[in-house]
Structure formats: structure tokens, C-alpha cells
Design a binder for this molecule. Structure first.
Ligand code: NDP
Length: 326
């Protein structure tokens, strides 16, 4: 028997989440059984712990879109008992049972060997949010980061915190946009050189082009903020669009693309090909300072998850939550 957070749906369609005891027979069929050490809380987890946000297919459901742990049994040659592994994406924790459990059973194709230099706790301090932040930084590098500061929106959140720490460590000036002024010291400790108040940049676009200010942008917010930022980019600079914490609409004009050659780069972490996953995890082990990562961490247990799920949907989680499932 082992513990897991199970979400159930009643006859009226209302969901509720609680820690329950499950047996190995409850696990789905797949090649690799993993003893999970840690999971974490991402924005999507908030949806899946709660009403599902259209992501969960079947109930009862075990959420947790990422986990790190140790292989217990494997029917696939690539993994053997004792191997340390990390999983993000592939709709695990949404369409498939996830990491809020002491055991998980998943397809071998979905796993990545833990990179040298990271333990399972650090891997989940990074988690999907941090992995995606690294993908965004890699995309900006591939397209060339310009002279001005790199803007990070939703900076005190998970994606934003990791992006800030990585970019600062790589030597870029980082301008961190936050709606929580009390996080300014935290963001400066991660390496931000400038704090931008959310309301300064959250307004609807009035002029399609403003002064050329930012040499690149990692955007976790979307909506009106992303639209506004497009008009503030330097000539030829790129915005990596990661999230929609501020909305899915994009009330923008095409003028920044046509007159300034601005690039809007889409970042998806879920279906990311294996080779790029390896590359991103190796870059994380190399370019994310572990003392900065530790400063982002707040610890939690399976029992804390229902509340944390609600908090992250309200934008009230700072940095990264590491869930010790044991
Ligand atoms: P968090 O909740 O940790 O961070 C989001 C941050 O956005 C908040 O902390 C807050 O930052 C800011 N924010 C929240 N609401 C608003 C608002 N209404 N207007 C402006 N800013 C707001 O979430 P994550 O960092 O885990 O994820 C961020 C986004 O990225 C989510 O939309 C998530 O779904 C998406 N995502 C996408 C992935 C992909 O593959 N493309 C993978 C992972 C995440 P502050 O308080 O500093 O203002």
C-alpha cells in the first residue's frame, strides 16, 4: 500500500481531493514503476487538484504533472532498478495518473535520466516551471538576445523565478515584472537588476510601438501584458511566450513584427522532443546556481496540496513548492 492524493468527482460534478491509500493494482499499465521522492506544484496542478480545467479525462484521478524518483521495476532496456529519473509533461497528471503519489507507473519514453549534479529534490525544485524557463532561455539564445535588459514577467512565480536566476547567472541584466512589491528583495537576490511594477506594463496597447527597451523577454503572463511588451522590444529582439497567468487573449497589433522584426517564440514543455529535454536538463544543472534555487523553495507534503492548488490559481505561490510525497 502507498499514499497518493486522489481527486474524486461526485454525482453533481463537484471534485474533492484527499490523501488516500492505494495498492500497486490501482496503478495504470506502463513499462516503468517509479518510487517517487518529490513532486511540485505548477499552475496546471492547481487546475487538476481542483475542478480539472478541462485537462483531466477520468476520475478518480491522481494529479501531479511532474515528479522525480528512483526506478523500482522496468520492462524497458533503457531503465533498470535504482536509476534516478525525472518526468515532466506528456500530459502526466492530467490525462494520465501523476506524481502526487509514493509510486507512479509510466511509459519509458516519458522519462529522462536525472542529469549529473542534480538530486531528485533539486530536480523538483526546478520542476516543469523551471524546465520551461530553461527552454525559454534556450529559445531566446537561439534567436539572439539583444543589448537591453531581458524582461521576465510573472517574475515571482515559478517560471519567472527560475528564468530570473538563470538569465542573471548567464550575465544578462534582468528586469523583473511583479504585481507583488513585497517580493522585490527576493527577486533582487535571484539576480534581478530592475523591478517593474505590474501596473506599469499591464495596460492595453495604446501605441503599437513604444521606446525600444528590452533585449529579450520570458513571458509567463500573456494577455494585455504580452501585447504591450511586444511594442517595447528592441529591433530584432525576441519574446518567449510561456504562460497565460494574465489571460489567453493577445490584444496586439502586428506592427512590432513588421517594423521592428520582433520575434514571438512559442514555448511548449509538454511534447518537447527527448533530445531537447536532455539538453535543457543539462543546461539547468550547469547554468542555474543551486543556492538561488534553494532560495525559491518552500517545502510541502501531500496533505498540503489542496490548499496549495487553490493558492497557485490565485497567483499567491512564491517561487517553487517542493512536495515530499513520503
Ligand atoms: P505561478 O503561479 O507560479 O506564476 C505565475 C505568476 O504570474 C504569478 O506568480 C504572478 O507573478 C503573475 N500573475 C498571476 N496572475 C497575473 C495577472 N492576472 N496579471 C499579471 N501577472 C499575473 O505559475 P508558473 O510559474 O508555474 O506558470 C506560469 C505560467 O506558465 C502559467 O500560465 C502556466 O500555465 C504556464 N506554463 C506553461 C508551460 C508551457 O509548457 N508552455 C509550462 C509551465 C507553465 P507576480 O506575483 O510576480 O506578478
Amino acid at each position: 500500500m502507498f499514499n497518493a492524493l486522489v481527486v474524486r468527482k461526485d454525482d453533481e460534478g463537484k471534485t474533492s481531493a484527499a490523501v488516500e491509500q492505494l495498492s500497486e493494482d490501482d496503478l495504470p499499465n506502463a513499462e516503468v514503476t517509479v518510487a517517487v521522492d518529490y513532486s511540485t506544484v505548477n499552475y496546471k496542478d492547481g487546475l487538476c487538484i481542483g475542478p480539472g480545467g478541462g485537462l483531466v479525462r477520468n476520475y478518480p484521478h491522481v494529479p501531479g504533472i511532474d515528479f522525480a524518483g528512483t526506478v523500482e521495476t522496468s520492462d524497458d532496456d533503457r531503465y533498470k532498478p535504482g536509476d534516478k529519473v525525472v518526468l515532466t509533461g506528456w500530459r502526466v497528471g492530467e490525462a494520465h495518473w501523476g506524481g502526487y503519489s509514493q509510486k507512479a507507473r509510466v511509459r519509458a519514453d516519458w522519462l529522462v535520466p536525472l542529469p549529473e549534479g542534480l538530486d531528485t529534490r533539486q530536480a523538483m525544485a526546478v520542476g516543469t516551471a523551471g524546465f520551461t524557463a530553461m527552454l525559454a532561455v534556450m529559445a531566446l539564445e537561439d534567436h539572439g538576445i539583444k543589448k537591453g535588459p531581458v524582461l521576465v514577467t510573472g517574475a515571482a512565480g515559478g517560471v519567472g523565478s527560475v528564468a530570473t536566476a538563470i538569465l542573471a547567472n548567464l550575465g544578462y541584466q534582468v528586469a523583473a515584472v511583479t504585481g507583488r512589491p513585497e517580493t522585490a528583495d527576493y527577486l533582487k537576490d535571484l539576480g534581478a537588476t530592475q523591478i517593474v511594477a505590474r501596473e506599469e506594463i499591464n495596460e492595453t496597447v495604446k501605441k503599437p510601438l513604444e521606446g525600444e527597451t528590452w533585449g529579450g523577454c520570458v513571458d509567463a503572463v500573456g494577455g494585455a501584458m504580452l501585447a504591450r511588451v511586444l511594442g517595447q522590444m528592441e529591433y530584432g529582439a525576441s519574446v518567449a511566450a510561456v504562460g497565460l497567468a494574465g489571460g489567453a487573449a493577445l490584444p496586439a497589433t502586428v506592427i512590432p513584427f513588421l517594423l521592428r522584426g520582433v520575434n514571438l517564440l512559442g514555448i511548449d514543455s509538454v511534447m518537447q522532443p527527448y533530445d531537447n529535454r536532455l539538453r535543457a536538463w543539462e543546461r539547468i544543472a550547469k547554468d542555474l546556481p543551486m543556492n538561488k534555487l534553494e532560495a525559491m523553495v518552500q517545502p510541502a507534503t501531500l496533505g498540503d496540496l489542496p490548499k496549495l492548488g487553490t493558492d497557485i490559481l490565485k497567483g499567491q505561490v512564491k517561487g517553487r513548492v517542493v512536495v515530499d510525497v513520503n
